[in-house]
Structure formats: structure tokens, C-alpha cells
Design a protein. Structure first.
Length: 283
């Protein structure tokens, strides 16, 4: 199996007027190259953690540092991870002031309770000595002052390694200016899911992703023998007809990488096939 990798930096077009599509493409290309080397050396799970951390550290993306602020001016972040070997979903919801929410989610794999939310999650992160970070980036503070209600923005990585392990991870700062405490799809099985047949990471309007149970539904269909591209297209036919704004990245056990775009949304993605890289900007 040639290791394959796909990453995303959110759906729904570029929402911050300061940044261009080219900047997103450049950032995604740099991150996918670095993450692919990690995939070759350390396997799918480590690569997903590494790739999501790089995306969380980059303020262009709405995750980790550079997350959008909720209505009360605070940043609350969510992340989840799952792989085909452990088949354990773990996630963190609305955690505050940590540099890498994906690490908090990952550490919960080994615990009795695998999903934590709110203040308990932040206290847990402190006890685990997760790196502290104030995620407030200047352009996000400006957006908040202008009361920009976003709809999209998240990061995700799906990888398959040489041994066939598939791993999916997602991290988000939410939609922006939402009611404090809103729960996004990212740390639910609708937003992130993986089994032996495929892995999925979603982005876009979380409420719609949850209503459609997107990631878990696609994995279940592929488990029932539907090819990944057909399972994705079936779901997005419905999404487009209902004007649902979300997208996803996915990868199956044969190494097929499929991107899904819903109504009026465009996933900012990069795929690494081992020899070449493809991005959302087709020239
Ligand atoms: N799904 C995220 C949320 O609803 C946002 C996004 O991915 O664009 O919070």
C-alpha cells in the first residue's frame, strides 16, 4: 500500500477578506508535504496528529491559534480523532486556551471517558499539562468586533499508511459569533469517523452535518459495499438539493481520496498521492 494523505482547511470559500485562495493553497501545500514525510516514517495516526497540529498553529485556519470567537468574545475549540486499528472515537468539545486541541482529544483515547466538553475539558487539559495558548489572532478579534457571523472553517486530515491503517482527525474553532457553548459537529461521529474501510473528516455548517450524520453514514455505506465515491455523491446529491452547506474529505482502504462539496461550498483541500500533490485550485 502506498501511503496516501488528504488534508483540508475548511469549506465555504475564503471568508476572511485579508486572505486569498493562493495563500490557503500555499499553506496547505507546505503542510501536506511535511505531514506526508511524517506518514512515511511514523504511520497514519502520528501523521494525522502532526498535520492537524500544523493547521492549528497556522492563523489562516479556523482551529487552534486563529480560531473564531464566540458571541461572548471567548474562543472554544473542538477536535476529534479515530483510527481503523483502535476503532475508538475520542474528542474534546469547547475546550479553552490550549495550543493543540487535537492532542487533548488524542489523550482521551486511553481514558475511561473518551469525550469531554466545556469547563471539565479545559480543567482536564490543564491537569494533563497540555500546552497553554491564547488562541486570539488579531484578524479574528476584528471579525468579532464587526460581529461577523461565519458559517464555516475547520481543519482535518485523513491518512492511510503502508500497513493499511486509516486515521481521521478534525479540529475547529466553530463558526464564529455563535451562542456561547454551541457544539459543532467536529467532535461527534457526524464530523469525524473511521473504520477499516474508510475515514472521513467534515467541514461546513455543523448543524447540517449532524442532521445528515455525514461521516458515520458514509463509513456505514462503504462497510455495506458501496464504493466511497458513490457513497459521497449520494449524500451530496441530497445536500445540494436541500441547499446544505458543507463538505468533506475521505480516504478508503484502497487509497482512493474523495472530496465532497455541498451547496455553495468548496473544500480547501490538498491530496498527496506519493508522487504528486493535487489542491483545490485546479490550474
Ligand atoms: N463544522 C464546523 C462547525 O459547525 C465549522 C466548519 O467546519 O466550517 O462548527
Amino acid at each position: 500500500m502506498i501511503p496516501k494523505l488528504i488534508i483540508h482547511g475548511g469549506a465555504g470559500l475564503v471568508e476572511s477578506p485579508e486572505f486569498t485562495e493562493r495563500q490557503y493553497e500555499k499553506a496547505l501545500k507546505g503542510i501536506i508535504k511535511e505531514t506526508y514525510s511524517k506518514l512515511l516514517k511514523k504511520g497514519a495516526r502520528e501523521a494525522v496528529l502532526y498535520g492537524v497540529r500544523l493547521l492549528e498553529d497556522n492563523p489562516l485556519f479556523n482551529a487552534g491559534y486563529g480560531s473564531r470567537l464566540q458571541k461572548d468574545g471567548r474562543v472554544r475549540m473542538s477536535a476529534a480523532i479515530m483510527d481503523s486499528v483502535s476503532q475508538k472515537f475520542s474528542g474534546v468539545i469547547n475546550v479553552c486556551n490550549v495550543r493543540h486541541p487535537i492532542d487533548v482529544a488524542n489523550s482521551l483515547q486511553r481514558k475511561r471517558h473518551t469525550v469531554l466538553g466545556g469547563r471539565g475539558a479545559t480543567e482536564y487539559a490543564r491537569r494533563q499539562k497540555m500546552e497553554y495558548c491564547s488562541p486570539l489572532a488579531p484578524h479574528r478579534i476584528k471579525e468579532h468586533e464587526e460581529r461577523v457571523k461565519g458559517e464555516t472553517g475547520t481543519v482535518g486530515v485523513v491518512a492511510i499508511d503502508s500497513r493499511g491503517c486509516i486515521c481521521a482527525g478534525t479540529s475547529t474553532g466553530g463558526v464564529g459569533y455563535e451562542t456561547p457553548g454551541r457544539v459543532s459537529d467536529s467532535a461527534t461521529v457526524a464530523g469525524t469517523y473511521a473504520s477499516k474501510v474508510c475515514g472521513v473528516s467534515c467541514t461546513g455548517k455543523g448543524e447540517s452535518i449532524v442532521n445528515q450524520a455525514v461521516a458515520a453514514k458514509i463509513v456505514a455505506r462503504v462497510e455495506d459495499g458501496v464504493p466511497l465515491n458513490v457513497a459521497v455523491e449520494r449524500l451530496f446529491k441530497i445536500a445540494r438539493s436541500k441547499k446544505l452547506k458543507f463538505g468533506l474529505i475521505s480516504l478508503d482502504a484502497e487509497g482512493n481520496a474523495v472530496v465532497g462539496n455541498g451547496y455553495n461550498s468548496k473544500v480547501l483541500y490538498a491530496k498527496h498521492y506519493g508522487q504528486h500533490i493535487e489542491t483545490f485550485l485546479k490550474r
